[in-house]
Design a binder for this molecule. Structure first.
Ligand code: ADP
Ligand code: MG
Length: 679
């Protein structure tokens, strides 16, 4: 892999700027592809300019002035043998005023618009016409760049890279035959320097054969890296647990409900995985309230019955505490020893817990991130279960996996369903189970969109609901990047609510509170001692209070769709008909409107996740997972679905038949990602 500093003509500042773009070597520089193109391959006569089209014109400045009405502008007229038109600049430097002096010869490039004096170009790029002026032979690429790195410098650097870098094929030719793709080398040449007659629209939509070829290569690289890890798992040892004979059936007998069909199905899938001698890595998806916890608990019992410990981890203290309580309730009658471990425990409690984990007397350990810590030593960890997996980074999950010898099985849970294209690509290293039905008897949640100006009516609504013996949540707006402001808002809202409802017991819960305080508040709300709970989004995940049947979410337009869906899932857990009111500020942006419409119209987590993906793109959707998984830069999962499918079918075969070629391909495509996926 050629480093940038090995190219003598690359200066230090240039390399620093390239690094800022995430480019660390020649391969990555080659794959820094244009955003769009401009056509400087020919000159257009002023007479032939067409409205809405971009053109390059050469001529002489015949008039130039600074005007101040209606606003400050630099206006010039450019003339060639066929006519004149206007150049207009609203922001400009002194150097530009000098360049636009009457008599100067210029070549300008820009889009033709109609102006007050006929055709004009606003902020065209201008070049002085010198003795050696020539017309470009290919379309001119425009690259994503950073301040301080000009297009010219970037073009030059990429030109050098094209000469120096190894452009040979990495994979056997047969994989490209189905699509009859051009070679890697031809594709790069054609994308960095397209021929003048190339279809610009297709180029910019990335649908030319050359773009598609590179998108395919990128998708292949992603699949290969994911499947490589999948295959690695098949070669690693894990403890084998035969299906439970006693504990699971005893648990099921003690429950006041029967499992749904979907729960039974996924429970069997997991049971089977645990009988394997290789570590399971299964993602259990199921909408909020679909009953993932009991399924996880069954897996835990299978492991415990075989004599192995289980770690059950949740992203927040509140949720971990709730799981702990539930496990106590379900498993104490079965004589299972459960330990509890969080960061906020007293030193003494913590040491006791650590001790029982190390000597094996704790069979199930429930906790938060604290479970990852190095000091936590398990006697024999057989299964790690992670709730709301999207809240954890790849590194954290990796750390938990390393806590067992041989490698423990992993069960990850998520209530944010993963759309199909994402699970085919970014999650190709995992096995997936889906709980696709809710337990019977749930009344659907009614969602209402209400403008903030009708706040008083909403307050009245809360009052009535609580008077009927129900409970309510009032969720404070999300304030991005400022926990302090978040806190201020939460405190203010709390004060307002206490004032508005002197007859109610109002509670407050937010992320800055100590764990014990949070637990106390949650417990009070759970018992019904509090009727109204003012909360920040800390209650987003998992919290279960069946008597709460009304939720008001302020500034709903600021939240992501999946987040809103999660929040809304906190109500509708009991028999009472539940309502979720989304308050929004009057001026809604187009996107915000589209988002709220989705959440208003749908109760289906999958549909919401798909819409979220479409609106926000995979980067935000994947959140923390992307820290370990390289993002696709060229391929688009919707546009290139056929390529993805083919890449997926080819990957395992390539790994098996051409392991060396695969390594070369990964080196080329994953060059700028320091560590490949390690999930
Ligand atoms: P989630 O999938 O969101 O984690 P939970 O596991 O918390 O959902 O389950 C939600 C609620 O439904 C819990 O109170 C749980 O005990 C209950 N539950 C789970 N499975 C069933 C079932 N088959 N029938 C009725 N209630 C169930
Ligand atoms: Mg849950």
């Amino acid at each position: 892999m050629t480093k940038l500093c090995e190219i003598h003509s690359f200066s230090k500042p240039l390399i620093a700027n390239l690094n800022k773009l995430g480019i660390g070597n020649l391969q990555a520089l080659l794959l820094h592809l244009p955003l769009r193109y401009i056509d400087e391959t020919h000159l257009t006569a002023v007479r032939d300019l067409r409205l809405g089209e971009s053109a390059q014109v050469e001529g002489e400045i015949v008039h130039a002035e600074l005007t101040y009405k209606p606003r400050k502008a630099l206006i010039a007229r450019l003339e060639d043998a066929s006519g004149q038109f206007t150049l207009r600049f609203l922001h400009f430097y002194h150097s530009q005023i000098a360049a636009l002096k009457v008599g100067n010869k210029l070549r300008v490039y820009g889009e033709v618009r109609s102006g007050f004096f006929g055709y004009e170009m606003v902020h065209p790029t201008c070049k002085a016409v010198g003795a050696s002026s020539f017309v470009a032979e290919t379309l001119t690429p425009v690259y994503p760049t950073v301040a301080g790195l000009t297009q010219g410098a970037l073009r030059k650097a990429i030109g050098i890279a094209l000469k120096h870098a190894d452009l040979s094929e990495t994979l056997p030719a047969y994989i490209y035959q189905t699509f009859q793709f051009p070679s890697f080398s031809d594709s790069l040449q054609a994308l960095h320097h397209p021929a003048p007659q190339a279809d610009r629209q297709a180029l910019e939509n990335k649908t030319t054969a050359e773009w598609q070829r590179l998108a395919f290569d990128e998708l292949l690289a992603q699949q290969l890296s994911m499947r490589k890890h999948y295959a690695r798992r098949r070669s690693v040892d894990a403890p084998q647990f035969s299906p439970s004979k006693n504990l699971v059936s005893a648990l099921l007998k003690s429950l006041p409900f029967a499992l749904t069909q979907a729960q039974q199905k996924v429970a069997l899938e997991i049971e089977h995985d645990l009988t394997n001698a290789h570590p399971m890595q299964r993602l259990l998806q199921g909408d909020v309230g679909s009953g993932k916890t009991i399924v996880a608990c069954m897996a835990a019992l299978q492991s415990i019955e075989s004599g192995w410990q289980v770690a059950f981890m949740a992203p927040t203290e509140i949720l971990a505490e709730q799981h702990y309580q539930k496990m106590l309730l379900w498993l104490t009658p079965l004589n299972i020893q459960i330990a509890w471990l969080t960061g906020s425990q007293s030193k003494k409690d913590r040491e006791l817990a650590m001790h029982s984990i190390a000597n094996g007397s704790a069979q199930l350990i429930v906790g938060t991130h604290a479970l990852f810590q190095e000091a936590v030593q398990f006697k024999q960890l057989g299964l790690a279960m992670i709730d709301e997996q999207h809240r954890f980074g790849v590194q954290q999950r990796l750390a938990l996996r390393q806590k067992g010898q041989p490698e423990p099985h992993q069960l990850m849970m998520t209530a944010t369903p993963i759309p199909r294209t994402l699970s085919m690509s970014y999650y190709a290293d995992l096995d997936v189970s889906v709980i696709n039905e809710l337990p019977p008897g749930r009344t659907p949640i009614v969602t209402k969109l209400v403008s903030d100006v009708r706040r008083d009516e909403i307050l009245q609504r809360v009052r009535e609901s609580c008077a009927e013996g129900h409970q309510a949540y009032w969720v404070c707006p999300l304030i991005e990047d400022s926990e302090t402001l978040q806190l201020v808002t939460a405190n203010d809202t709390y004060a307002l609510m206490q004032e508005a409802f002197p007859e109610l017991q109002v509670g407050l819960i937010h992320g800055r509170m100590k764990a014990a305080e949070k637990q106390a508040v949650m417990a009070a709300f759970s018992r019904g001692d509090l009727q109204l709970l003012v909360a920040t989004t800390v209650i987003e995940v998992g919290v279960d209070v069946p008597n709460a049947s009304l939720m008001v979410i302020e500034h709903a337009e600021r939240m992501g769709l999946s987040q809103l869906h999660q929040l809304r899932g906190r109500v509708g857990r009991g028999a009472a008909k539940s309502t979720c009111i989304l308050l929004y500020q009057n001026k809604l942006s187009e996107t915000a409107r589209a988002r709220l419409k989705v959440i208003y119209e749908s109760n289906d987590g999958f549909a919401i996740a798909q819409a979220d993906l479409n609106l926000r793109g995979p980067g935000e959707f994947l959140g923390v997972r992307q820290s370990g998984v390289p993002m696709l830069k060229i391929a688009d999962l919707n546009r290139d679905l056929a390529l993805l499918q083919t890449a997926k079918t080819l990957a395992d075969q390539l790994l098996h038949d051409y392991p060396q070629a695969v390594e070369q391909h990964l080196a080329r495509w994953m060059a700028d990602v320091s560590q490949l996926v390690k999930v």
